[in-house]
Design a protein around this ligand. Structure first.
Ligand code: NAX
Ligand code: ADP
Ligand code: K
Length: 501
C-alpha cells in the first residue's frame, strides 16, 4: 500500500470528486457513514461529545454527529467558533439544525464546555490533514481540555494538532492524545514513528473509496508493506529446482558464550528456503551447531572463541555476518578482511558487525553497494549519532543509505527499510511480543536465505521483514506476547510463507 504526504491525499480527494464523480459533500457523507459504521458497534449506547473545527475534518465530525443523533446516541457537539467554516462543514451544520435533539455549543471559553463523565466518548474532529502550523489560542485550549478529561478520545483521520509528516517544530502539548484514530484511506507517515503513538493510540484505516486510478498514478517515496507487496516479491520454485539452485549461504555468527544467536539465525535461514547453509563458528563451539542444526554445514574457525577467518567466498551466493560475533579485535580484523574480499556479493550485516563498523568508521567506505544493515535503535545510534525526533532519525537513515549506497533496516514496530534512492518501506506486521532476545537474529537468517536465492537486496529486505513480522504474529496467536520467544518465530515461518504466497 502506498503512503502519501497529506498534500497528495488532498489531490486524490479532488480527483475523486471530479472523476468518480461525486460531490464533495457526498464524499464527506460517505467517509462519515463508514466511520459511524465502525464506531457504532464499539461504543453502543455510550454518550458522545463531538468536538468539531471549521475545516472539513470538522465537517466529518458534524456529519457523524447527525448520524449518532439519528441512531439515538446522546450527542453533544462543541464547535470551535469561526467566521469561515468550509462550505461542506457549513452545510453539515445546517443539516444538524433540522434534528430536534441536536445541541451545538459554540466554543468561546471554558465555561461553555459540557460536563463529562467517565462513560463519555470524545470524538476529535478539530483539525485533520489541513493543519499547517502548531495549535494556539482557542484550538489549543480545546485540545488541552480534551487531554485532561481522562476519558476515551477517538480522533477522526488524524489526532488534532499532529502533522501528517514532520512534527519537529510542533508543540507536544497541543496535540490530542487519542485512544484510537480512524484514518481515511491511507496511514499517515507520522503514525509510524514511535514518539507519536501516544497521540494516535491504536489506529485503523477506513476505506472511503478514493479513486484507484489516481492512487496508482501518483508516485510516492513511502510504502506500507502489506501482503500484496510481499507476495509479488517472493520468488516461486520451479519443479526442476534443486538445492544447488536455491542458494548456498554463508552465515558468520556466534562466539564462545553467544552460540544461541548463531543457532537461531541458522535455523531461520534454513526455514526460509536456503538450498545449502554453511555456518562459520569458533572451533570449540562446532558441536553445538552440529547438534542444534544438523541441516547446516559447519566451517570451523581456527579460534576456539570467535570469528577470525572465513572460507573462500566464491562458493557462496550470499553472506550474513554479525549475530553474536562480539567486538574483540580479532573479530574486527576478520570483518575488515571480509569486506576487502567481498566484491559485489550480496551481504547482510547485523548486530556486532554493525557495532564494529560503528567503531571503525573507515569500514563504512568498504561496504559493497546494496549491502543490507539491520540495526536496532541502539545500533543505529552508534552508527549515525543521536537524533532529536523520529522524523530526523528517518532523515539520517536516508542520508546514510544514499551516501554508502546500502539498504538500512531500522528495526522496531513498523520496521523501516530505507533504500539508497530515499524510498522507504514500513512494515505492517509484527507485535510487541517480538521484543525478546534473538528475534533480530531470526530476521538476519530470513533475509540471508532470500539474498542467497538471488532476490534483489531491497526485495529480500522488504519481504524478509514482512515474513518475520507475520511469523511473529502467527506465533503470538498461540503463545501470547509474554511467552513468545525467538524460536516460536522460527516455528511459524512455514505458516507465514504459506499465508503470503
Ligand atoms: N476533501 C475531501 O474530500 C475529504 C476530506 N475529508 C476530511 O477533511 C480533512 C481535511 O480538511 P481540511 O483541508 O479542511 O483541513 P482541516 O479540517 O484540518 O482544517 C484546516 C483549516 O484550518 C486552518 N488551519 C490549519 N492549521 C491551523 C491552526 N494551527 N490553527 C488554526 N487554523 C488552522 C487551515 O487554514 C484550514 O482552513 C481530512 O482530515 C478529513 O477529515 C473527509 O471528509 C473525506 C473527504
Ligand atoms: N513492538 C514491536 N513490534 C514489532 N516488531 C518488534 C517489536 N519489538 C521488536 N520487534 C522486532 O523484533 C526484532 C528485534 O531485533 P533485535 O533488537 O535485534 O533483537 P536481538 O538482538 O535480541 O536479536 C526486530 O526485527 C524488531 O523489528
Ligand atoms: K482530528
Amino acid at each position: 500500500m502506498k503512503i502519501f504526504p497529506v498534500k497528495s491525499i488532498a489531490e486524490i480527494d479532488q480527483y475523486t470528486i471530479e472523476n468518480e464523480p461525486i460531490l464533495s459533500i457526498n464524499l464527506m457523507e460517505r467517509a462519515s457513514r463508514r466511520l459511524f459504521d465502525v464506531l457504532d458497534p464499539i461504543y453502543r449506547n455510550r454518550p458522545f461529545v463531538v468536538v468539531a473545527g471549521a475545516g472539513n475534518n470538522g465537517g466529518d465530525a458534524l456529519a457523524l454527529s447527525r448520524m449518532l443523533l439519528l441512531a439515538g446516541y446522546d450527542t453533544t457537539i462543541v464547535l470551535l467558533k469561526s467566521d469561515c467554516l468550509s462550505t461542506d462543514t457549513a452545510l453539515n451544520l445546517e443539516r444538524l439544525k433540522h434534528i430536534r435533539q441536536s445541541k451545538v455549543i459554540l466554543y468561546q471559553s471554558v465555561e461553555d464546555l459540557p460536563s463529562i463523565t467517565s462513560n463519555h466518548v470524545i470524538v476529535d474532529g478539530l483539525f485533520g490533514s489541513g493543519l499547517n502550523r502548531p495549535l494556539e489560542g482557542k484550538a489549543l485550549e480545546l485540545v488541552q481540555w480534551m487531554n485532561e478529561l481522562n476519558v476515551e478520545i477517538v480522533s477522526i483521520d488524524i489526532p488534532s494538532g499532529l502533522m501528517g509528516e514532520d512534527n519537529s517544530g510542533n508543540n507536544p502539548e497541543g496535540i490530542v492524545k487519542a485512544r484510537r484514530t480512524f484514518t481515511f484511506q491511507f496511514p499517515k507517515l507520522s503514525f509510524l514513528f514511535p514518539e507519536n503513538h501516544k497521540y494516535t493510540g491504536q489506529w485503523e484505516i477506513i476505506d472511503i473509496g478514493l479513486h484507484p486510478e489516481k492512487i496508482s498514478e501518483i508516485t510516492t517515496s513511502w510504502y506500507f508493506i502489506d501482503r500484496d507487496i510481499c507476495r509479488n516479491l517472493l520468488p516461486q520454485r520451479s519443479c526442476f529446482d534443486h538445492k544447488g539452485t536455491m542458494g548456498h549461504t554463508l552465515l558468520i555468527a556466534g562466539s564462545y558464550g553467544k552460540m544461541g544467536a548463531a543457532v537461531l539465525s541458522a535455523r531461520a535461514c534454513l526455514k526460509s528456503g536456503t538450498g545449502l547453509l554453511t555456518v562459520q563458528v569458533p572451533h570449540d563451539t562446532c558441536q553445538i551447531m552440529h547438534a542444534a542444526v544438523p541441516e547446516a554445514m559447519v566451517n570451523i574457525d581456527r579460534s576456539d572463541l570467535m570469528f577470525t577467518e572465513f572460507p573462500n567466498l566464491s562458493t557462496f551466493s550470499a553472506i550474513g555476518v554479525g549475530p553474536g560475533i562480539g567486538i574483540r579485535s580479532n573479530a574486527v580484523k576478520a570483518l575488515d578482511a571480509l569486506l576487502d574480499s567481498i566484491g559485489d556479493r550480496p551481504l547482510i550485516l547485523d548486530a556486532d558487525a554493525i557495532n564494529i563498523i560503528a567503531q571503525n568508521p573507515h569500514m563504512k567506505e568498504k561496504l559493497p553497494p546494496g549491502a543490507i544493515l539491520t540495526p536496532h535503535p541502539g545500533e543505529f545510534k552508534r552508527l549515525v549519532g543521536e537524533w532529536d525526533n523520529d522524523f530526523e532519525r528517518l532523515e539520517k537513515a536516508k542520508e546514510f543509505a544514499a551516501q554508502h549506497k546500502v539498504i538500512l533496516v531500522l528495526k522496531g514496530a513498523y520496521t523501516t527499510v530505507v533504500l539508497p534512492s530515499g524510498v522507504c518501506y514500513f512494515n505492517s506486521t509484527g507485535n510487541p511480543g517480538m521484543a525478546t532476545a534473538g528475534s533480530g537474529d531470526v530476521l538476519t537468517g530470513i533475509i540471508l536465505a532470500m539474498l542467497g536465492r538471488k532476490m534483489d537486496a531491497w526485495k529480500a529486505a522488504v519481504a524478509g521483514v514482512y515474513i518475520h513480522g507475520l511469523a511473529g504474529d502467527i506465533a503470538c496467536e498461540t503463545e501470547g506476547e509474554e511467552a513468545l520467544i525467538a524460536s516460536d518465530i522460527i516455528s511459524s515461518l512455514g505458516k507465514a510463507f504459506i499465508n503470503t504466497k
